[in-house]
Design a protein. Structure first.
Ligand SMILES: Nc1ncnc2c1ncn2[C@@H]1O[C@H](COP(=O)(O)OP(=O)(O)OP(=O)(O)O)[C@@H](O)[C@H]1O
Ligand SMILES: [Mg+2]
Length: 338
């Protein structure tokens, strides 16, 4: 059984003071997905497609005005839709943890690193402060921070951005959660540090057998770390597949457009122009009938305004009239996955 089951997850935000149904911003529009134990699921999509609201909905930390509904949301068999706020607090940190984009939003500038890390453990487990600090030092070493004992005494402002993100990862690991949700955890970092943090997350995920939902707008990054990929467009998942399958046989025209817009070693020739997807993402206000991508899709026909079938073949799901499992695959060199 999958660790996390999500069925028909929706997030709606009323616009204005007395909104009618047409004024409702439907930011997340009926997502279905699962995460297996020990797997890295990447959710990828353009800015504003609902990635962050999806992750906040999973841990029940949506902004006050946003409303979450779902037919099913279970973590290891626990029904997350019916938990009290107190029980959710207990589950957060303990069974599932979140890594945000900007480490300063997760660290309190007024407390030392040691205080903040050890508190995660003392809140959830019956351990002494001394034991918690010892575990904190261990976790700092695990995320590649040397002089751990000294670092525990420091404050967030004394650390660089990369080190702060390592501390956040250590914090997420303190209670050995089953699932970590990382929302663009490397976007605020410069490129070399980004690569280090990415490798760290991937190594820890493999070593500890953690399930990770990794959220990003960067498909190039997905190619390096994902086991499975869900492509989001305008609040919906339009394609889900094992990572290699998605890169070799993308089915949805949006995924194909995204792939054409990034350089891929061995596939993009030097000097070759990259593609771009014309047009704009549709407004998420009001209901959408038919395929949300049709106004930007070169293959769209009138029927796309009506019904979008979901085609499934061997764990590869695509919501498109034109999904064709027998399309010629694109062969990727091994180096892309290293
Ligand atoms: N608190 C809020 N109130 C109103 N609208 C919101 C709120 N938070 C998000 N939205 C809107 O919901 C949609 C989805 O936002 P979300 O933050 O989930 O996007 P995202 O995919 O994470 O984008 P990015 O890649 O820029 O982080 C956007 O249209 C956004 O403007
Ligand atoms: Mg976001």
């Amino acid at each position: 059984m999958a660790l996390l089951h999500v069925e028909n997850l929706r997030v709606d935000i009323p616009m204005g003071n007395s909104p009618t149904p047409d004024d409702m911003l439907h930011a997340v529009r009926g997502l279905d997905f699962e995460v297996e134990r020990g797997e890295m699921l990447c959710i990828v999509g353009e800015s504003g497609c609902g990635k962050s609201l999806t992750s906040l909905a999973l841990i029940d930390l949506l902004p006050r005005q946003a409303k979450r509904t779902a037919s099913r949301l279970t973590l290891d068999g626990i029904d997350m839709l019916s938990q009290s706020e107190r029980r959710m607090c207990d589950l957060r940190g303990n069974r599932l943890a979140m890594i945000f984009q900007e480490p300063m939003t997760s660290l309190n500038p007024a407390y030392s690193i040691g205080d903040q890390l050890s508190e995660v453990l003392t809140q959830h487990r019956k351990v002494s402060r001394k034991e918690a600090l010892a575990r904190a030092a261990q976790m700092l070493e695990k995320v590649g921070i040397s002089n751990a004992t000294e670092r525990l005494r420091q404050y967030p402002h004394q650390l660089s951005g990369g080190l702060r993100q390592r501390v956040i990862i250590a914090m997420a690991l303190m209670c050995e959660p089953d699932l970590i949700i990382a929302d663009e955890p490397t976007t605020a970092l410069d490129v070399t540090i980004q690569a280090q943090i990415l490798r760290l997350i991937r190594d820890i995920q493999k070593e500890l057998g953690l399930a990770v939902i990794f959220i990003t707008h960067d498909l190039g990054l997905v190619a390096r770390i994902a086991d499975r990929v869900a492509v989001m467009y305008a609040g919906e998942i339009v394609e889900t597949a094992p990572a290699l399958q998605l890169f070799e046989s993308p089915q949805h025209p949006y995924t194909r457009g995204l792939l054409a817009s990034i350089p891929i070693p061995g596939r993009t020739r030097p000097g070759e122009a990259l593609g771009s997807i014309p047009g704009l993402v549709p407004s998420l206000v009001g209901e959408q009938q038919g395929c949300a991508f049709r106004n930007r899709c070169s293959q769209a026909i009138p029927a796309c305004a009506q019904h979008v079938p979901e085609v499934e073949q061997g764990g590869h799901r695509t919501r498109c009239l034109f999904a064709a499992p027998d399309r010629a695959p694109i062969r990727l060199p091994e180096s892309v996955r290293s």
